[in-house]
Write a protein that binds this ligand. Structure first.
Ligand SMILES: C[S@@+](CC[C@H](N)C(=O)[O-])C[C@H]1O[C@@H](n2cnc3c(N)ncnc32)[C@H](O)[C@@H]1O
Length: 301
């Protein structure tokens, strides 16, 4: 008699595996004891600790695509000076539905800060807002709780109208930007941690991931400031999540390498080894105009 597991048995097995994996996951434990909203935050911390693309005074405008629940936006917010990432309480807790394990505020000496008190949250947010520089625009299909220095847009990035909504938000967020010419690139760093919902069909999932990557690359091409405009080597950065498969090598060679001074493929330690997700960290935006049949010419600015 052959044994074929039922769907229910399979899904019970995979959820048991998921729970066991979560229990032993170093980054899940680290996230639980930090103020980060996602385990993913540690990936961006690893990229930036390795390559240092956020920690420059000239980095003022960051677009975070696929930002919910907000871990990457928190990291950027901190690195733009809105809070410190040295301790685990740089930001007000914006997770009101999660019971804080910390002692009640009145029992902590010298503190009247209650993370579940909405007035304190607003005060803390306003205080943090006044400390940092620049702005982060965070885009996701899902809503996000407030983070200092971050303006969120609940929209589908693939909807053609979203580009204009991001530009409008950038112009209204930073007064100095209003004076800049319309159509001029404004963004110092584009981050994309977006991934399509996986269907279980590897070919379909890869195609969806590829489609997202093409759209993000095109967005970066429209909005990133160049190394020359920024006046610093490796200025103008794109961090792009993708599913690793053969076509991504062609994408890297044709869509990334000709336009950036440096492109690195990184599988960060915080990314689960069994996941096919990886990242391209591309620094130094120098767009070149592709001329079919005759090679590539530098773009005139
Ligand atoms: C891995 S999560 C991002 C985690 C985030 N970086 C963090 O640190 O909290 C991927 C996100 O991409 C979003 N996403 C996927 N496709 C999208 C689309 N077309 N437009 C906007 N967001 C999208 C999902 O809703 C999801 O929240």
């Amino acid at each position: 008699m052959s044994f074929r597991p039922t769907l229910a048995a399979l899904s019970k097995k995979s959820s048991t595996q998921w729970i066991a994996r979560q229990r032993h996951d170093h980054y899940v434990k680290q996230r639980a004891s930090s103020a980060y909203k996602s385990r993913s935050a540690f990936k961006l911390l690893e990229f930036d600790d390795q390559l240092g693309f956020l920690d420059h005074d000239d980095v003022n405008v960051v677009v975070d695509l696929g930002a919910a629940p907000g871990g990457w936006s928190q990291v950027v917010s901190q690195r733009l000076g809105y809070g410190s990432d040295e301790d685990s309480e740089p930001l007000p807790s914006t997770l009101p539905r999660v019971r804080s394990k910390r002692r009640p505020a009145e029992s902590r000496p010298g503190s009247d800060y209650d993370p579940l008190n909405i007035d304190n949250m607003e005060e803390e947010l306003a205080r943090s807002e006044s400390k940092g520089r620049g702005t982060v625009v965070a885009v996701d299909l899902l809503p996000m709780n407030p983070i200092p220095g971050v303006r969120s847009l609940q929209k589908d990035f693939l909807d053609p109208r979203t580009d204009a909504a991001i530009t409008d938000l950038l112009h209204s967020s930073i007064p100095g930007l209003r004076q800049r010419k319309k159509g001029k690139a404004l963004v110092d760093v584009v981050l994309s941690d977006m991934a399509p919902n996986t269907s279980g069909n590897a070919l379909h999932d890869s195609e969806e991931s590829y489609r997202l990557c093409l759209s993000v690359q095109a967005f970066a091409a429209r909005h990133l400031r160049t190394e020359e405009q920024i006046g610093r080597r490796y200025g103008g950065v794109l961090v792009l999540k993708h599913f690793s498969f053969d076509a991504m090598n062609v994408f890297r060679k044709e869509k990334l390498e000709p336009h950036f001074s440096n492109v690195q493929y990184i599988k960060p330690p915080a990314s689960r080894s069994e996941s096919s997700e990886s990242y391209f960290v591309c620094r130094g935006w120098n767009p070149v105009r592709e001329v079919p049949m005759y090679g590539i010419l530098p773009e005139s600015h």
